[in-house]
Design a protein around this ligand. Structure first.
Ligand SMILES: [Zn+2]
Length: 159
């Protein structure tokens, strides 16, 4: 069978066993590039604003998901937010118990539309609640690599 011939019956297919080496390279995209660069270089969180809908997207988007306008206005949104929802993990991906539970939260960034899914730190599971006011804790600059993990976690804000 040549690559141009068409299979018309399932019985014409043949399995091939073996390994195919594959490599993936994911890019941040236009908006992600600047978003992660600001986190890495300046420990700042940026979003993009739609002037028509008056929404600030975090993570930033290059098109408004409501009106499809191209978004070119970037602005710093600060590093504080509110726990929108959360979950507490007691086991790892293999089902083995964790030494300490991890708390994952959807953090709505203040003044922005959207938010970041990230870890919470410096808080006990029993102290977490929806609407908890939090702030980002960044790694030291020398440790930052251009990843969302450059934000170490979000911790409760001091009152
Ligand atoms: Zn819009």
């Amino acid at each position: 069978m040549t690559p141009l011939e068409r299979i018309t019956q399932l019985a014409q297919t043949k399995p091939c066993y073996g390994e195919i080496p594959t490599y993936y390279l994911y890019t941040f995209g236009i908006a992600g590039e600047r978003f992660f660069r600001e986190i890495k270089d300046n420990a700042k969180i940026f979003g993009t604003r739609c002037p028509k809908c008056n929404l600030i997207y975090v993570p930033p988007k290059i098109y408004c998901e409501r009106c499809f306008a191209g978004l070119e206005e970037w602005l710093e949104v600060g590093t504080t937010g509110t726990v929108h929802t959360y979950t507490i993990g007691y086991v790892d991906l293999d089902g083995s118990p964790l030494e300490e539970p991890i708390i994952l939260a959807m953090v709505a960034i203040d003044g922005a539309y959207g938010g970041l899914v990230h870890r919470l730190g410096e808080v006990k599971p029993e102290e977490v609640r929806i609407d908890l006011k939090v702030e980002a804790v960044f790694k030291d600059q020398a440790e930052r690599s251009g990843s969302i993990l450059d934000i170490r976690y979000f911790k409760p804000r001091q009152k």
